[in-house]
Ligand binder design. Structure first.
Ligand code: SF4
Ligand code: SF4
Length: 114
């Protein structure tokens, strides 16, 4: 958020960082500032975009994000940090998992199986 000179990046009440398309000038300063490469440059629109964590499902309907539901191997986790970490630990007992690739968004963790 600090890297954006246009104040196009903000954090909502759930701790989710979002990009306001109308404010983004496409300067790409945020791309180098983000340590987990969560932002992508949309060439066609000349703006930066990022995962929204599906607020239309999570906040509005109490469901999990679309990618978490769609993943056929259950490689993605979503929820409160401690709950997600506990679920990963439980699953690691049953199979060999690496914790590399865990991405933390604010108070939330998205885990990608490596
Ligand atoms: S590309 Fe857009 S969101 Fe990123 S720093 Fe520039 S104006 Fe802000
Ligand atoms: S489907 Fe997954 S990656 Fe796409 S916006 Fe929703 S949470 Fe983000």
């Amino acid at each position: 958020m600090d890297a954006c000179p246009s104040e196009a990046i903000s954090k909502n009440e759930n701790g989710i960082v979002l990009v306001e398309e109308k404010l983004c000038t496409g300067c790409k300063l945020c791309l180098t500032a983000c340590p987990i490469s969560a932002l992508q440059f949309n060439i066609e629109k000349s703006i930066v975009e990022k995962c929204t964590l599906c607020p239309h499902l999570v906040s509005d309907k109490g469901l999990e994000p679309a990618c978490v539901v769609a993943c056929p191997t259950g490689a993605l986790y979503f929820g409160e940090t401690n709950n997600v970490i506990n679920r990963i630990r439980e699953r690691r007992i049953k199979s060999v998992f690496s914790l590399r690739g865990a991405v933390v968004y604010g108070g939330l963790v998205e885990y990608h199986q490596k």
